[in-house]
Design a binder for this molecule. Structure first.
Ligand code: NAD
Length: 370
């Protein structure tokens, strides 16, 4: 298993591994870049087929967080953690406490949050061992479940994409295929249905599917969801769903969803453009959760909604530049993000969009990256 030569390594500042035999914890923390601030990103628990898959996932996810926070105008870097194991079988209090110790040992260079396979209650257990955790409880300064904000950002971004592609941001009568009816997919479906969209959902988890159907969505099979004859495909499950095979079957003219790392690789952004499909880059459209976490930590939760709505403006700019320069939306978005976090490395203070930096809490202050 190579690390430095992996394309996903991409100059990571820190990649650290742990194994705690007593609790069964096997985990990796990756910090891609902390030029803009401490690396904040979720802790995913997943039964990876092997260690190489886990490493690849954490590297891609933490890199994505650097780009996401930079483009959302947040004073944060990019990091992520993965726990190797099935959350339904292997998660225990002891394992989460050991994870808390592992995060604490990084001294604040990495701040964790919930992700697929972990939940608010898990963050509370981790939070009993480290202060470097967010999304713990709405009654505490560190906020609650970020999924509704992620869904709201996707909703705003989807409207921007529809306006660009179809000339109107109205959702009434628009057909949307939502892949994955978990936390994000469910909140998103609710927002869309309220405005008259016709929502189709697929999920491997029947309980989650039933909840979405109760909201008014129509159930379709997992195999049919990508190629459904709809206006928008909204991937809200796992990554790499946009690949050679799936892109060829897409009938939607817009892809706008919450899953991280939707493209199997960056060339698929160009493939979507060549097919005339407008792709809202995942790390731009799904930033609502990290924006909310930032405002909770900063003590400015009243600013979250307006900040999340700016995702629509950012996407409008990306779509325009993509058309003007005849390059994929993801290439444009990466260039814009790099300009933000690389400027800081060159000693230039990036003040144009460094949202709320002065309001960062004591937790952030101690989470410096010396
Ligand atoms: P979740 O675990 O609550 O939901 C994911 C859903 O996808 C589950 O219901 C699962 O059964 C389903 N699923 C898995 N494989 C599937 C398949 N092959 N076909 C159809 N459905 C499948 O996770 P979530 O919090 O809703 O996040 C969804 C995605 O969005 C993840 O990729 C996550 O990393 C990303 N994301 C989430 C947030 C957030 O705030 N929760 C923020 C940014 C990005």
């Amino acid at each position: 298993m190579s690390v430095f030569s992996s394309p996903s390594f991409d100059h990571h500042e820190l990649v650290t591994f742990t194994e705690d035999t007593a609790s069964g914890l096997k985990a990796i923390i990756a910090v891609h870049n902390s030029n803009l601030g401490p690396a904040v990103g979720g802790c995913r628990m997943y039964p990876y087929a092997n260690d190489a898959d886990a490493l690849e996932d954490v590297l891609r996810l933490s890199r994505g967080m650097t780009y996401k926070s930079a483009l959302a105008g947040l004073p944060l870097g990019g990091g992520k953690a993965v726990i190797i194991g099935d959350h339904r079988k292997h998660k225990s209090k002891a394992l989460l406490e050991a994870m808390g110790d592992f995060i604490n040992a990084q001294g604040g260079k990495y701040v964790t949050a919930e992700d697929s396979g972990t939940c608010v209650d898990d963050m509370k257990v981790i939070g009993s061992r480290t202060e470097f955790v967010s999304g713990v409880d709405e009654s505490q300064s560190f906020g609650g479940d970020p999924s509704p904000f992620t869904a709201y950002g996707i909703y705003c971004g989807m409207k921007a994409a529809l306006a660009h592609k179809l000339g109107s941001d109205k959702l009434d009568g628009i057909k949307v295929a939502v892949q994955g009816a978990g936390a994000v997919g469910r909140y998103l479906s609710e927002l869309l249905i309220k405005e008259g969209a016709l929502v189709f959902v697929a999920d491997i988890n029947q309980d989650n599917l039933d909840r979405a159907v109760e909201l008014g969505a129509t159930q379709v099979s997992v195999d049919d969801i990508i190629g459904l004859d709809v206006d928008v495909f909204a991937p809200c499950a796992m990554g790499a769903v946009l690949n050679d095979e799936s892109i060829a079957t897409l009938k939607a003219s817009v892809v706008a969803g919450g899953a991280n790392n939707q493209l199997a690789n960056v060339s698929h952004g160009e493939m979507l453009r060549a097919r005339g499909i407008l792709y809202a880059p995942d790390f731009v459209i799904n930033a609502g959760g990290i924006i909310e976490i930032h405002h909770q930590i900063s003590g400015t939760p009243e600013l979250s909604n307006a900040h999340v709505e700016r995702i629509g403006e950012t996407l409008r700019e990306i779509f325009k530049l993509s058309d003007e320069q005849s390059v994929s939306t993801v290439a444009v978005a990466e260039q814009l993000a790099e300009a933000k976090f690389q400027k800081v490395a060159e000693g230039e203070v990036n003040t144009d969009n460094n949202f709320g930096a002065a309001a960062l809490s004591a937790a952030y202050t101690s989470a410096n990256h010396d």
